[in-house]
Design a protein around this ligand. Sequence first.
Ligand SMILES: NC(=O)c1ccc[n+]([C@@H]2O[C@H](COP(=O)([O-])OP(=O)(O)OC[C@H]3O[C@@H](n4cnc5c(N)ncnc54)[C@H](O)[C@@H]3O)[C@@H](O)[C@H]2O)c1
Length: 306
Amino acid sequence: MPLITVVGSGRVGTSAALQVAMRELGDIVLLDIVPGLPQGEALDLNHTCAILDLDVDVRGSNDYRDMEGSDVVVVTAGLTRKPDMTRLDLLLKNAEIIKDVSRHIREYAPRSKVIVVTNPLDVMTYTAYKTTGFESSRVMGFSGLLDVGRFRQIIHSRLGVSYKSIRGMVLGEHGDSMVLLPRLTHVGVEPLHRFMDEKTIAEAVEATRKAGAEIIRLKGWSAHHAPGAGVSLMVQAIIKDEKAVIPTSAYLDGHYGERDIYAVVPCVLGAGGVEKIIELELTDEERAKFKASIKVLREAASQLKF
Ligand SMILES: NC(=O)c1ccc[n+]([C@@H]2O[C@H](COP(=O)([O-])OP(=O)(O)OC[C@H]3O[C@@H](n4cnc5c(N)ncnc54)[C@H](O)[C@@H]3O)[C@@H](O)[C@H]2O)c1
């Protein structure tokens, strides 16, 4: 039975654990620094598994040694963005937490694939890569499925077309400079612009960019159901060696003309982690937006020491 460890037993961590359990991808270890929290959440999740006949065991722990033997480690530990904070404000505090978690992963789960969720996402993933010392293919960040999912939800609500028939892609930062690609968004086999005018598409792109902040404004804390769902698809792609094309924050080593930085790009995910980065043919405008997004990420990364 594969083993999936989720570090951080808050909202996103427990949502991810629930959705991983629902897919019966493996046994789960929930970790947190708060005594009792992961144990209580694990008990609750085990009861969920009993009710739904999911043959998965969930264990809660405050001891990193319990992640030994993990195939995948999902990192959600950290602080969340408050209404008046940008993701980049979180940078310095969460970087210290990610460094601490990464040292433990290196010690106790040295063969695992690591999926970082903590914000600011791309720079935290870079921090995990630098601190674990793992090959870049084994360290990746979650966010692309969330941002594309939000865009698809708007298209679905406008056009009344099944989610199954709406596909899209995003590049760059998980943040304000994200580059959604309406030109490469398809409804059935036709491009989105056959169904929506330019103004409506621009509004949908903007609403997608602001969706995370809108959720915080409305309910007072950040999204967790949708992130949990998206994380479970990345875990599944790795555990089941799916070779699924998923927008993933990945280490760029000459890809898209960039080096030594993490940013969201389409990746083939399988048992090896990020098995391939797909280089899309971009228009000049898309490429310029991507470069601008990379600049934002480089500025953030330059504030950290490794
Ligand atoms: N990438 C994305 O798309 C995405 C989406 C939503 C949220 N997030 C981010 O995910 C992170 C978690 O969000 P949340 O809503 O679950 O927050 P939360 O406050 O509910 O949970 C965070 C948990 O991390 C724990 N923690 C802190 N330091 C730790 C450490 N050193 N070791 C182990 N556990 C530790 C805390 O005790 C807490 O239980 C935030 O940074 C948030 O911004 C990312």
